[in-house]
Write a protein that binds this ligand. Structure first.
Ligand SMILES: [Ca+2]
Length: 312
């Protein structure tokens, strides 16, 4: 205040009329804040600059930053369903949309794709980074939202393959969800499996909870054929729901060891091989050529569900 009053003195001397000696009314001076970070912007929003990765340049969201921090081999947000094609952030793998699908939104307001359960899917051509065999370690991550609990176009005992890579003699892995009523008493079980190239029985993990239509679920399937131990002599699969590890199993089934193999099938979302179709939404599909750490999986879940202002 004192400095301000002093600075006004020279100005006042140039005034044409005599100035009364009453105190000059001062107004606060606008000062430049030392902290130049604008209020309301968190660093996570701007940590990843647009244009660094394949795809159109724009500011990525908090969730996208969390995923990209872990260097996925490929990452499709599935927010381009109306354009017909989407190239992965990182990896530059171009996928195409087919059939009936529509745009929808995730819990954080970002875009995803709702598939009609009959014809809609997203497909990416075969690539080595989409195969667990490439490094022996693989993580598949997505947000999924069933829009029915009884799928109209299911297969076998009553389930749909909503994401995966596998065709006859080129089987690799699949994400599955059972209808509420099925022939194995697995109401709405959500699971993931690794197969030998010939198919047949797969090794895998699951969670089986009460599921509601319209409810978003964070799904992470880990396949690790390198980490062999007494408990998991052939390596393992793990499955996480909403950031929490729910199940872990050896890479064998009924005495048969399951070994990842590099097949030629495309990677698909909404269906695996047209044998069944997911009626629901999927977004933020990421694949990693390694095992994503539990703390990072939890962090991804939090990035989607916890408003920035409420984070610890
Ligand atoms: Ca291949």
């Amino acid at each position: 205040m004192r400095k301000l009053a002093a600075s006004l003195v020279p100005l006042l001397t140039f005034l044409p009329t005599p100035v009364k000696t009453t105190p000059v009314k001062t107004t606060p001076v606008k000062t430049t804040p030392v902290n130049t970070t604008p209020a309301g912007i968190i660093s996570g929003n701007t940590a990843v600059a647009g244009g660094t990765f394949a795809g159109p340049p724009f500011a990525y969201g908090v969730y996208d930053s969390a995923v990209l921090q872990d260097k996925p081999a490929a990452y499709w947000r599935l927010d381009r369903s109306s354009s017909g094609a989407e190239t992965s952030l990182r990896g530059g793998l171009r996928g195409t949309y087919s059939g009936t699908r529509s745009a929808t939104t995730l819990p954080d307001g970002s875009g995803a794709t709702a598939f009609d359960g009959a014809t809609g899917y997203f497909e990416v051509p075969d690539n080595a980074v989409l195969s667990p065999a490439t490094t022996g370690e693989f993580t598949l991550e997505a947000w999924m939202r069933p829009d029915t609990l009884s799928f109209p176009n299911q297969q076998s005992s009553g389930y749909v393959h909503w994401m995966g890579k596998g065709e006859p003699d080129h089987h690799e892995y699949v994400a599955r969800m059972y209808s509420f009523e099925n022939n194995e008493n697995r109401p709405n079980r959500i699971s993931g499996y690794l197969f030998n190239a010939s198919g047949g029985l797969g090794a895998g993990s699951y969670f089986q909870d009460a599921v509601s239509t319209g409810q978003w679920i964070h799904y992470v399937l880990v396949i690790n054929a390198n980490a062999k131990s007494e408990a998991y002599p052939n390596g393992y699969t793990k499955i996480y729901r909403d950031g929490v590890l729910r199940d872990q199993d050896d890479l064998s089934i009924r005495g048969q060891i399951i070994i990842p193999s590099d097949g030629s099938a495309p990677f698909r979302v909404g269906t695996r091989d047209f044998g069944s179709w997911f009626q629901g939404a999927v977004g933020k599909v990421a694949v990693y050529n390694g095992e994503l750490a539990p703390t990072r999986i939890a962090a991804h879940h939090q990035a989607m569900t916890t408003p920035p202002g409420r984070r610890p």
